[in-house]
Design a protein around this ligand. Structure first.
Ligand SMILES: Nc1nc2c(ncn2[C@@H]2O[C@H](COP(=O)(O)OP(=O)(O)OP(=O)(O)O)[C@@H](O)[C@H]2O)c(=O)[nH]1
Ligand SMILES: [Mg+2]
Length: 1141
């Protein structure tokens, strides 16, 4: 087939109903790029011989070398099915977990997905992840079961066994879909119930019109039709394939073939080719119950048997005669060259690609089963348009009207342009079509030839002139000198102008990387040179609609609005894999590339001509970036280049994060080792183009406290012994610092600010593990609650969707469930704040007697701010900030805290009267302050104020009306602003309270799933245990000789793990590491032997390796903190034993 012309594709872009935007998703190495190759070859872009071997869409060098895809890339293909012609915008995505963010960027732009599953490996972790992603984005999947050839050649299954095996794989995939579907239905039902409850007054049962009372106990699953969701060959959404051998088929194709041969209606065959059916030749009927009667199912008899015998003839037995017979019976033509080829796979591909062309099977399934852009569901549109916790119906009316534009997906000029950019990718300026060398036309060639001739003539002329003065100088030096002078002047001038003209060229050289936005048009037509609005993720259309004039467009000069910018679409491209094709306009429903937006978009954005357009919901990223390294240039003078390079890298990668730490280090955060390697390569070769050195990965830790252990290190009961020690220790500490915090035996720390005006008492308590985990998983909800409180403080309200409110309610109930016992009485009610960063897994509790403040659960209760003690309330924020600082970096090695609850048990303020009463503070008051303090101490301890209740309230507020402003800004004394002191004191108190408890480090853990054959199992375990991995379970994959091992592994030990595993097992096992959770390291970093048994067991120095101490010291060293280490352990004089005799 010839190369499809660009004009044809452009023509097809306008026919929205014949466009399919699809992506290929799968676990790593299941054959996505190989499949894409076959589809690309069907358009003549690469040769069919190379299809499956070339991996055309893996255009980066490292992708080819490593054999894995690292980015998503798109290509537009043409497909003819019967009468209709289709445009397929295909996006290939990576399967490696490190690049799962690239999958998110691809899925967002598509309407459908081809999910590929390896017939041998079956459903793997990433298969589940991509199915979930497709589900979350509401895009419809179809299934390709790939690598069927491995069942024949590697596993040597019989057709019947293969059939059973394939059935199992289908079941596995459908089980994943089923689980997603069930959870959605249950969720919807819960929402519906909540709405019903809201509509009917409490206590009443909803009644039917007939007056009967009903109670519906079904879960809603029965009435919801889910049959279209599942993969089943008879539904036409499954293709069986071997992408490597370029064949694939759906049941439909075989039904067509056999309906003529056997005279059975193709609809009947379509329904019976897959399933428990067999042919009864005598009765000339297709019957059910093949299994129970021991008959061959139709699928085995008519489909698999044929393929097996083909492989047998071509690959296994190389039976020429039989091959020729098969070729003749199938009516195919095979070239003699292929027939004679020494590699049987060549012949196999030649036969199969004609008999069962893969592209035909896959693309016709795509066109029939996947929706076109104009069939987008209303549900998906609403999801795209309502950011985070906002409800769709709380959006401004004009914004809601845009929903219709999404649904219509028309390319008329009247329709608003809506485009979503899901990522920015860098291309070399040479690759841009406008910079590419075109083949020259005849006329241009002639012109150039003429130019060259002229230049040659000129050069000859000047060389002659240069020779002449030389000959003249012999006669008259006088005349020669001026000519020479002018000549050199002219040369210098020339050199200067050249230098001037070279400079911009160099700059041009610098700006070699151009950013192209990877985007899709959802409505309207985008044109080259058009002006559009770029909407950042935090853009609020409601705000803009109020400020911008009616009918305002991006062409006008627009007043500045937060998160809104105007830009021009400089170039539009059709994405063609490794190439870009320039376009003038792109109609709705197409995927495209846009140039000229790098200054406006960092990673993703919404682009529209209407300011009413809301920003799209952010992409769902599955992986959390966790591996950090500090980067510096080899030559310090190249720092600016590195900074620029890192900025570019940050823009070009959807998931990498670039930050500058307080220490001044430039830090790169990536999703994993492979991702890190790619980022470093990019930085070296494309973005910074300098030599860089990267530090060892910076491993994150968390600090926490635990309950005092009951046994010592040798498992002896500690009993009272320990307690005595603690009290003793506390007393010692107190005597050490007279000024410092007072610590009592229960761990309560009392600390006074340096100006002696406030004293706080804080106690640290470990949170139960489940509660910590819950907090960690609910960060998003906590952030919403925090936002709500912030809005409430400013007197505004934030509309939160019913669903989110329910989630918050559930979060609260679950938290209450986890915090049981007398210690936690009313704890959930009393939560003051979460931290660090206001949404972390630590809690600040309000244990101050009588101090009332707005609850963090405000959004649930809808309560108004309660009247409270004004002075304390004013400084409420300082306490919270102190807590935030304390939880952000702990005392062990300045890492964030986790699972710690700080309870503020007392908070007393001694305020000098002049601060509360007078507006102006004279100089002398400050000087007299000391003496006055003792006389007129105003105790603003809360207990007093709240007891006096309402009557005092008016007075308090009136007195503080003037004084308050003084308190906030001007309260200064020799120790600096008071609120600052309070923050510092709170932070210190928290740190001391933390240290009063047994401290532990927490390590980040990966889960890894390793597939390995029985022979290498032992080595897999070896590598795992060497790196402190813990095996969770091991099971055998049915029908294969593969074992699946699930294990957890500390991130700290994971570097080089995948490589070592591959090497030790000769490439037979390769693990996928995904960040899973934080785990407490059981050993105490500060441990020294205390009990008699411990001395006996470990010796006085306890010099056995303490893993936690090692980790802690490594972190401290890196951060430049003091490390208590002895360089010389035993300072004995060295002596030579031999001489001592
Ligand atoms: N035997 C066999 N091997 C296949 C088949 N399809 C792909 N492969 C091989 O599987 C390996 C991985 O193929 P890719 O196409 O790179 O897999 P991928 O899914 O794109 O991998 P990532 O993009 O890295 O996730 C290659 O070595 C292919 O040759 C197949 O049908 N049969
Ligand atoms: Mg790939």
């Amino acid at each position: 087939m010839g190369h499809t012309s660009l004009e044809k594709l452009i023509r097809l872009q306008k026919k929205t109903s014949n466009i399919r935007n699809i992506c290929i998703l799968a676990h790593v190495d299941h054959g996505k790029t190989t499949l894409a190759d076959c589809l690309v070859a069907s358009n003549g872009i690469i040769s069919t011989r190379l299809a499956g071997k070339m991996r055309y869409l893996d255009s980066r060098e490292d992708e080819q070398i490593r054999g894995i895809t690292m980015k998503s890339s798109a290509i537009s293909l043409h497909f003819t099915s019967g009468e209709s012609e289709y445009l397929i915008n295909l996006i290939d995505s990576p399967g490696h977990v490190d690049f799962s963010s690239e999958v998110s960027t691809a899925v967002r732009l598509c309407d459908g997905a081809i999910v590929v599953v390896d017939a041998v490996e079956g459903v793997c972790p990433q298969t589940q992840a991509v199915l979930r992603q497709a589900w979350l984005e509401n895009i419809r999947p179809v299934l390709v079961i790939n690598k069927i050839d491995r069942l024949i050649v590697e596993l040597k299954l019989s057709p019947q066994e293969a059939y059973t095996h394939l059935q199992k794989i289908l079941e596995q995939v459908n089980a994943v879909t089923g689980a997603l579907f069930t959870s959605k239905v249950l969720e919807e039902r819960a929402v519906k119930e909540a709405e019903l409850e809201g509509a009917v007054p409490e206590g009443e049962v909803p009644e039917l019109s007939g007056g009967e009372q009903v109670y519906d106990w079904s879960a809603g699953l029965e009435e919801t039709d889910d049959s279209h969701l599942y993969f089943s060959p008879d539904q036409g959404n499954v293709v069986f394939a071997s992408a490597f051998d370029s064949w694939g088929f759906s049941i439909h194709q075989f039904a067509q073939i056999y309906c003529q041969k056997m005279g059975i209606r193709s609809e009947v065959l379509q329904k019976t080719l897959w399933g428990d059916f067999y042919i009864n030749p005598k009765a000339k009927k297709i019957m059910k119950g093949a299994q129970s009667k021991g008959k061959k199912p139709l699928f085995v008899q008519l489909v698999l048997d044929n393929i097996w015998s083909l492989y047998d003839a071509v690959v296994t037995r190389r039976d020429k005669e039989k091959v020729e017979k098969i070729v003749a019976s199938l009516g195919l033509k095979v070239m003699a060259r292929d027939l004679r080829h020494s590699d049987p796979k060549v012949l196999l591909s030649a036969i199969c690609s004609q008999w069962l062309p893969l592209s035909q099977a896959v693309l016709s399934m795509v066109c029939e089963r996947l929706p076109s852009p104009s069939e987008m569901s209303a549900e998906r549109v609403e999801k795209l348009m309502s950011v985070g916790t906002r409800r769709f119906d709380s959006l401004p009316e004009k914004t809601q009207q845009l929903k219709q534009a999404f649904l219509d997906c028309v390319s008329e000029d009247s329709a608003p342009v809506i485009v979503f950019v899901s990522k920015m990718f860098a291309v070399d300026s040479k690759a841009l079509p406008q910079n590419k060398q075109r083949p020259l036309t005849q006329e241009e060639l002639a012109q150039r030839r003429e130019l060259a001739r002229q230049r040659h003539a000129e050069r000859q002329a000047t060389s002659q002139i240069a020779e002449d003065p030389d000959s003249a100088s012999a006669g008259g030096a006088q005349t020669a000198t001026p000519t020479n002078n002018t000549n050199t002047d002219a040369d210098a001038l020339c050199a200067q102008t050249e230098a001037l003209s070279v400079k911009p060229a160099e700059e041009e050289e610098e700006k070699k990387e151009h950013f192209i936005a990877f985007a899709r048009v959802y409505s309207g037509v985008v044109r080259r040179g058009q002006r559009v609005f770029v909407l950042g993720p935090k853009y609020d259309p409601a705000l803009t609609l109020r400020t911008l004039p009616e009918g305002c467009s991006a062409d006008d000069t627009v007043p500045s609005v937060p998160h809104l910018a105007c830009c021009t679409l400089e170039h539009l491209y059709m994405l063609m894999g490794r190439e870009l094709e320039e376009l003038e306009e792109v109609p709705a429903g197409n995927v495209l590339g846009i140039a000229g937006m790098e200054d406006f978009i960092l990673k993703s954005a919404t682009v529209s001509t209407s300011p009413a357009c809301p920003p799209f919901t952010p992409l769902n990223f599955e992986a959390t970036p966790i591996v950090r390294v500090a980067i510096e240039p080899k030559h310090p003078s190249e720092m600016p280049k590195l900074v620029r390079g890192m900025r570019l890298l940050n823009q070009a990668d959807p998931c990498a994060e670039v930050l500058i730490q307080e220490t001044g280090e430039h830090v790169l955060v990536t999703a994993g080792e492979v991702h890190l390697q790619r980022c470093l390569d990019d930085l070296r070769e494309r973005f910074a183009k300098i030599e860089i050195s990267a530090s060892k990965p910076i491993i994150p830790f968390r600090e926490t406290i635990i309950r005092p252990p009951k046994v010592d290190m040798v498992n002896e009961d500690l009993g009272r012994q320990q307690k005595v020690a603690v009290i003793h220790q506390a007393k010692e500490e107190q005597s050490k610092y007279h000024e410092g915090p007072q610590v009592d035996s229960g761990g309560l720390v009392n600390l006074t600010t340096p100006n002696k005006m406030a004293t706080i008492g804080v106690r640290a308590v470990p949170l139960p593990e489940e509660a910590t985990r819950l907090l960690e998983g609910s960060a998003e909800l906590i952030r919403t609650m925090e936002q709500f409180s912030l809005f409430a403080r400013e007197g505004k309200t934030l509309e939160i969707s019913q669903k989110t409110l329910e989630q918050i309610q559930e979060f609260r109930t679950r938290l209450e469930g986890h915090l049981q016992g007398w210690k936690w009485r009313n704890a959930v009610e009393r939560i003051w704040a979460f931290g660090p960063r206001r949404c972390g897994p630590n809690i600040l509790l309000n244990g101050v007697e009588g101090y009332q403040r707005p609850s963090v659960w405000q959004c649930l209760e809808g309560e108004k701010e309660k009247p409270e003690a004004a002075t304390l309330r004013d400084f409420d924020n300082s306490i919270v900030n102190g807590f935030q600082l304390a939880t952000l970096s702990g005392p062990m090695c300045e890492e964030p805290l986790m699972g710690v609850c700080f309870s503020v048990e007392s908070w007393e303020m001694k305020l000098a009267p002049q601060f509360t009463q007078q507006d102006s503070v004279e100089e002398e008051t400050t000087s007299r302050q000391g003496s006055e303090n003792s006389d007129n101490e105003t105790r603003a301890a809360v207990s007093g104020e709240s007891e006096s209740g309402g009557s005092n309230e008016a007075e308090a507020s009136s007195s503080s009306a003037g004084g308050q402003s003084r308190w906030r800004g001007d309260v200064t004394d020799c120790y600096g602003p008071f609120s600052g002191q309070l923050i510092a004191a709170m932070k210190e108190a928290c740190r001391h309270a933390f240290q009063a408890k047994p401290q532990r480090l927490m390590a980040a853990m990966y889960t890894c799933e390793i597939m390995a054959t029985a022979e290498v199992l032992g080595r897999v375990y070896g590598v795992l245990s060497k790196r402190e991995g813990r095996v969770l379970n091991e099971e055998m994959k049915e029908g294969t000789d593969m074992f699946i091992i699930r294990a957890v592994l500390p991130v700290a030990e994971s570097f080089g793990f995948a490589d070592e595993m591959r090497k030790r097992t000769s490439g037979l096992a390769s693990p996928q590491l995904v960040f899973s959770h934080w785990e407490v390291i059981s050993s105490d970093p500060f441990w020294v032997p205390t009990t008699e048994e411990e001395y006996l067991h470990f010796g006085e120095k306890a010099d056995s390796a303490n893993q936690a101490l090692k980790y802690m010291n490594a972190v401290r060293k890196r951060k430049g903190l003091y490390v208590e280490e002895k360089i010389v352990e035993h300072a004995e004089k060295q002596r030579t034993l031999g001489k001592n005799k």
